[in-house]
Design a binder for this molecule. Structure first.
Ligand code: KG4
Ligand code: ZN
Length: 331
């Protein structure tokens, strides 16, 4: 079995995965959302202190498996450096005390492998990765063969939901709240579609966020307005993603690199996004892969699933050389 730790942002999570059949033997995640709510976003120092308290608490709950472990895995990139550090220090201590090899896991690879919990992987894949930190189109042929095709030139899809919720004092994280408000509203407020040029394969959300801010400033804030601005924002944010995905599918029609397309990351839980990407996949005759809703956001199970692949090819890091990389370097 492999014990995996995730602490790249505000979720403290540990999983234990059986190597031979990838079965999830133990998984627990404690979300820190309620602690960050008052600030409208994650406070890194607070998140770090909470990881220091919560990770040992979770570890106690799975101590019966410690003598069956073959390796320790931990998220090392990308993420907040002070929170990554908490997981890494715990992983180093466990690897040292139990004399086990250490596996360093890229968080974004984790999101990709959230598609393959307790099952075999499917590659090659076209991927839309939408989280709080990233918005990307990727092509992946396997564990260490992922190419970035497009990314956001400023903010991410998930972060723009968080900021809209913050501007409207709706709480954190904004994604599920804005999605719910949007369901009860009408998309009647005119907002600009970002990078509205189908040949430009990149994302941008800062202009849209700013347009929402201007509407909030000039309107009376009541429930109807909140629902309508959420509906209008979500419609444009998703239609921006849909436009770029269509271009991506069109390009793949020529190269025929992948037959399967996936949406991963915390914001892949958005049902309207899922529905619209499903329509594109259907029209291009591609199969859409999605992670279970409860494993879209950050969790250690997806880190453990990547770690199984790394373990099988003997990809370990030295306990003294393990590095934290806040920004993504490469796949
Ligand atoms: O992957 P994740 O858990 O953390 C990062 O790696 O960043 O993604 C969290 C992000 C947050 O920005 C959250 O607001 C967004 O995903 N999110 C959503 C939805 N659920 C979560 N965004 C839009 N619609 C949702 N339903
Ligand atoms: Zn994530």
């Amino acid at each position: 079995m492999i014990l995996s730790i995730e602490s790249s942002c505000d979720d403290s999570s540990i999983a234990i995965t059986r190597i031979k059949d990838k079965k999830l033997i133990f998984h627990k995640k404690i979300s820190q959302e309620s602690s960050h709510k008052d600030y409208g976003g994650v406070v890194p120092e607070l998140a770090s202190r909470l990881h220091a308290k919560l990770l040992p608490q979770i570890l106690k709950e799975c101590k019966e498996f410690l003598n069956q472990l073959k390796a320790i895995a931990v998220t090392t990139e990308p993420g907040l450096s002070v929170t990554l550090l908490e997981g890494v220090v715990m992983a180093q201590s466990l690897a040292y005390a139990l004399n086990l090899p250490l596996i360093s896991v890229n968080h974004l690879k984790g999101h990709i492998y959230s598609l393959f919990l307790e099952k075999d992987s499917i590659f090659p894949l076209g991927i839309l990765l939408v989280s709080g930190g990233h918005t990307m189109l990727l092509e992946s042929k396997g564990l260490n063969e992922t190419k970035i095709i497009a990314q956001s030139i400023d903010d991410s899809f998930g972060e723009s939901f968080d900021k809209v919720a913050k501007m409207l004092s709706l709480g954190y994280p904004g994604g599920p709240i804005v999605e719910l408000r949007a369901k009860n509203g009408n998309a009647i407020i005119n907002l600009p579609q970002p990078l509205n040029n189908k040949h430009n394969l990149a994302f941008s959300f800062s202009g849209l966020k700013n347009a929402v801010r201007l509407e909030i400033e000039k309107n009376t804030i009541n429930d109807n307005f909140i629902n309508d601005i959420c509906a209008s924002f979500q419609k444009v944010a998703i239609s921006h993603i849909v436009q770029k995905c269509k271009t991506f599918f069109e390009l793949n029609k020529q190269s025929n690199t992948w037959q399967h397309f996936a949406i991963v990351g915390g914001a892949s839980a958005n049902l309207s996004l899922r529905e619209q990407i499903q329509n594109i996949a259907d029209s291009y005759n591609k199969q859409l892969l999605l992670a279970p809703l409860s494993f879209c956001s950050d969790n250690a199970a997806m880190i453990g699933r990547v770690a199984v692949e790394s373990y099988l090819i003997g990809d370990f890091v030295d306990i003294k050389d393990i590095k934290i990389t806040p920004k993504i370097q490469s796949f």
